[in-house]
Design a protein. Sequence first.
Length: 270
Amino acid sequence: MITLNKFYDKIHDWLLPMPEQECDMFPPVDHLYSPSFQKVVMNYLKWYGVNKKGNTTSSKVYPTFVEILETKNILRKCGFTTGEYIEKLVIYEFLEMKERMPDLNPVMFAHFFEDSYHNSKLVKFVSLGAQKSSQNTKEYYDTTRRLLIEIQSHLKTNDLRIRIEYIHTENKNWFNHSRVQEFITPFCKLALNCDELGRFSITYFINPHFKELVGELLGNTLEKQFNELANSEIKDLVKMTPLNRKYDKWFKQIQSIPNYKVTVTEQNLL
């Protein structure tokens, strides 16, 4: 059976300094980048052989041991534990962008890379097995999302058929590099995430009063779906995360967040 927690563990590193009771109104931010992160990007380009004008030379620059340690330390401060695939992504995106923008140089690119970075971009560099696992996880997410919409379609009250969606990879203003998608209803929140090793995962939370909202029959269907997720082939990539405030109040407040798409699911009258 699903265990329902009522509170989040303390969440740190929010975009704005806000009172704790208001924090859930905004998407949490893993970290804010800095000129130091841009320096890492430019180091990778220099080591690859890209000069200050953005031209790729045949002379690669081999970093010293101190430079390597410094780069790893900066990445840790930026929230990365390994940064294993970031160097590959930097080179890949620079060369790709250079074809479209011949005047591109490392300084210009570092700003672009910082602003558009997301962990999901690393998936192309992981093993085929890891890519398959992420594909399966995404399919489970989509299946669960469709089920939640189907449950909503059987509910009579408009308020219970409100759904909120956010695609983080299409909205860069929050500088959030691990969340991919979110799907939120009055009785359940679902999120697809991607870590710095390019691995997808699912987190969710269920309103403790979900059966009062959707009824016993639909509530059992919802409960069964998440129990199946917890025991599926991706069970190690599925986790329930607690919420640190009352779900009903939080659900109303989150609808005002910019770029969160609010829709009313069409009722199934059959």
